[in-house]
Design a protein around this ligand. Structure first.
Ligand code: SF4
Ligand code: SF4
Length: 85
């Protein structure tokens, strides 16, 4: 295997704002600490996750946030797959 050619996937985060209940799971368990709460709230008054400033290329598309969210409020897509689709 040529390690120099190995690439870490780049993910794009999508949040369905109105589903979020501010449970913290996605923020606490993201392995690359991509997420933080928006200062804004949804219609129910919950802060929802956004990508932190400076972390725009830090998501590795592991999908852990998607799997752990009890409200199905967050998911990711692979950026390269989007561009070549
Ligand atoms: S896919 Fe993984 S790295 Fe990207 S925001 Fe979700 S938990 Fe973090
Ligand atoms: S895990 Fe889901 S419900 Fe919890 S803060 Fe993240 S997006 Fe909101």
């Amino acid at each position: 295997m040529d390690v120099s050619r190995a690439q870490v996937p780049l993910g794009r985060v999508h949040v369905i704002v109105e589903r979020c209940k501010q449970c913290n799971f996605c923020i606490d368990y993201c392995p690359t600490s991509v997420l933080e709460y928006s200062p804004d709230t949804n219609a129910k008054g919950y802060h929802f996750p956004v990508v932190s400033q400076g972390k725009e290329t830090a998501c590795v598309n592991c999908r852990f946030c998607d799997l752990i969210c009890p409200e199905l409020a967050i998911y990711t897509t692979e950026v390269e797959a989007e561009q070549t689709a």
